[in-house]
Design a protein around this ligand. Structure first.
Ligand SMILES: NC(=O)c1ccc[n+]([C@@H]2O[C@H](COP(=O)([O-])OP(=O)(O)OC[C@H]3O[C@@H](n4cnc5c(N)ncnc54)[C@H](OP(=O)(O)O)[C@@H]3O)[C@@H](O)[C@H]2O)c1
Length: 175
């Protein structure tokens, strides 16, 4: 079975550019994934016009059944996954009018909880030596965090997942 790389949220922005880059360097099949089949296939066409050999699979990281469908497909066709780029995310604009608490909850739902769910579902089929990259933001750097109590707790957690989950919920309750 061949090697395969998957990029989440690949239909635009950083994900799109990552698909382009991987298609030139990776010695296997590259899958652009997108939550919208229509936007994904349109983006795929654009990349193919440039001569990039990229494939498509639908993936909405907020949707359990969608993640499971992709897992089953990758397992069946490639025997697992060689590279996973967790890129999909949402961001509110600077001029967003929604209350900060709502913005935090909606953002963390996709960017943290759904990305974690993708990992929970796909990690069991990572092949030996597989690589996973989580695209993040400078806003996630501890050095830029203004809440010193939260910073201390996150530092002392050593990045443990259970502690991160609890602290993520705690942080929302402070907003
Ligand atoms: N650009 C920057 O300056 C910057 C800075 C810091 C961090 N980042 C990080 O870089 C990554 C990409 O950002 P970007 O600037 O390229 O953003 P973008 O242009 O808004 O692209 C985000 C991609 O994620 C997809 N997406 C959103 N929710 C999804 C879901 N539930 N399931 C699947 N796909 C979903 C979007 O799909 P739709 O088209 O359907 O919405 C889109 O393809 C993100 O992780 C972001 O946090 C970017």
């Amino acid at each position: 079975m061949g090697r395969v790389a998957i990029v989440t949220g690949g239909n635009k922005g950083v994900g799109y550019a990552t698909c382009r880059g991987l298609s030139k360097k990776f010695d296997g099949d590259v899958y652009m994934t997108a939550r919208s089949e229509e936007r994904g296939r349109a983006a795929l066409e654009e990349l193919r016009k440039e001569g990039c050999n990229v494939h498509f699979h639908q993936l909405d990281i907020d949707n359990q059944a969608s993640i499971e469908r992709m897992r089953d497909f990758m397992k069946e066709k490639y025997g697992g996954i060689d590279i996973l780029i967790n890129n999909a995310a949402i961001a509110f604009g600077m001029d967003a009018t929604e209350p900060k608490g709502v913005q935090a909850e909606v953002t963390l739902k996709t960017n943290y909880w759904s990305t974690k769910n993708v990992c929970d579902i796909l990690f069991p089929i990572l092949k030996p030596g597989a690589r996973v990259a989580n695209v993040s933001s400078l806003a996630g750097l501890l050095s830029r965090m203004s809440d010193s109590d939260m910073k201390k707790k996150l530092k002392s957690s050593g990045g443990g997942l259970t502690v991160s989950n609890v602290l993520t919920n705690e942080a929302i309750s402070h907003i």
